[in-house]
Design a protein around this ligand. Structure first.
Ligand code: NAD
Ligand code: ZN
Ligand code: ZN
Length: 371
């Protein structure tokens, strides 16, 4: 069948809208009609070459939609099911899945190589084989994905906000509740209020943070953070440091979470300095693979027992946490409608990324159209 998609052909160039051929779902695979796709910064890291992937590649790794058809041996979903796509598949049986660490599922190792977990390449076009970002490629009307990437959700849930629970929401929320392990009474700093950071703010507050300091140079981001759980907002890391000192009588913050659009040694050092004894710094933001983004006084880490740790997918387990987060949305404990700043047609995806870079969006969402 045919599908129209936004494709990255060359690093540094805008995405091109193109009609592509989609193969029927093979063993363990699912044909999905994407209804929405979220604009996460990670796609931009691929577009700028900081993260390398197979090219040409259909970008987009936040997505939700409806299952249209299934291949042989599919048990997790059935035609008609509403699903959220997880940007990391969960096979259920590798060491990591079996020990409750689905975010580290071994099949995730190939997410940027273009093909699906079983090795197939369902997308083709004028330039031969086309890859799919994170084994999804949600900037497409239709996709063939592995069932391990599809998480069934209740059909009454709105698919536009459910889309965000495929990456930004669990990544941010879990960075606070799992990775930073925010406890009641803690003082937390979140650096960068985009689609990830805003959910770290929500998670930190929900976990009982008595003060949640949101740092972002963009005024609109700070204002939004204050409406969704931040108790304080400031433009610079220096101000956040001073605030954390004031709020803790000089002890320092309990946790600092880095969700900026890139990660620099300066931001990591600022976060390391802002947390007090036994404090934790969580690195959720990403940059280039080879970039040396940590340069810290190790003896201070030793004597002050500080922890610096990375976090992928907010240390979440997609098959249980995606439905769990949507229940929190349903009961009003997690805000999702407020996260969508603008909606775009697929043809406007480059404009969506310009708006993201200009600081105009918490999250932009592509609304797919089908004939
Ligand atoms: N670890 C994971 O599992 C995971 C998953 C998804 C995304 N990410 C990464 O998380 C990062 C954030 O993604 P996003 O979609 O929220 O991006 P975004 O562009 O929507 O948000 C980033 C925010 O950081 C702010 N910012 C920039 N420099 C800053 C600074 N020095 N101090 C404070 N704020 C600053 C920007 O103004 C912006 O509001 C990206 O690097 C992305 O690749 C990681
Ligand atoms: Zn993402
Ligand atoms: Zn696994």
């Amino acid at each position: 069948m045919k599908t129209t998609a936004a494709v990255l052909h060359e690093v540094g160039k805008p995405l091109e809208i193109e009609e592509l051929e989609l193969a029927a779902p093979g063993e363990g695979e699912v044909l999905i009609r994407y209804t929405h796709a979220g604009l996460c910064h990670s796609d931009l890291h691929v577009a700028t070459g900081q993260i390398q992937g197979w090219l040409p590649m259909v970008l987009g790794h936040e997505g939700a939609g409806v299952v249209e058809d299934v291949g042989p041996a599919v048990t997790r979903v059935a035609p008609g099911d509403h699903v959220v796509c997880s940007f990391i598949p969960s096979c259920g049986t590798c060491h990591w899945c079996a020990t409750g660490q689905q975010a580290l599922c071994d099949t995730g190792a190939n997410t940027m190589r273009g093909f699906l977990p079983g090795g197939s390449w369902p997308i083709s076009g004028a330039r031969g084989r086309y890859g799919a970002m994170c084994m999804l490629g949600t900037f497409s009307q239709y996709g063939v994905i592995h069932q391990h990437s599809a998480v069934r959700i209740d059909p009454d849930l709105p698919l536009d906000v459910a889309t965000l629970v495929g990456c930004g929401v669990p990544t941010g929320w879990g960075s606070a509740t799992n990775a930073a392990d925010v406890r009641p009474g803690d003082v937390v700093i979140v650096y960068g209020v985009g689609g990830i950071g805003i959910n770290a703010v929500q998670g930190a507050r929900s976990a009982g943070g008595r003060a949640v300091v949101a740092v972002d140079p963009v005024a609109f981001k700070r204002e939004t953070a204050l409406t969704l759980g931040a108790t304080h907002a400031c433009a610079t890391a220096d101000e956040a440091h001073r605030l954390a000192q004031e709020l803790t009588r000089g002890v320092g913050a309990d946790e600092a979470i880095i969700t900026t659009d890139g990660v620099t040694a300066d931001t990591v050092a600022a976060a390391f300095d802002a947390v007090g004894k036994s404090g934790t710094v969580v690195l959720t933001a990403m940059g280039g693979f080879a970039d040396r983004t940590i340069s810290l006084p190790g003896t201070v880490a030793t004597l002050w027992k500080k922890t610096v740790k990375g976090s992928l997918f907010g240390d979440c387990n997609p098959t249980s946490d995606i439905p769990r987060l949507l229940e929190l949305y349903r009961t009003g404990h997690l805000k999702l409608d407020e996260l969508i700043t603008r909606r775009y047609r697929l043809e406007e995806v480059n404009q969506g990324y310009e708006d993201l870079l200009a600081g105009r969006n918490i999250r932009g969402v592509v609304v797919h159209e089908h004939a």
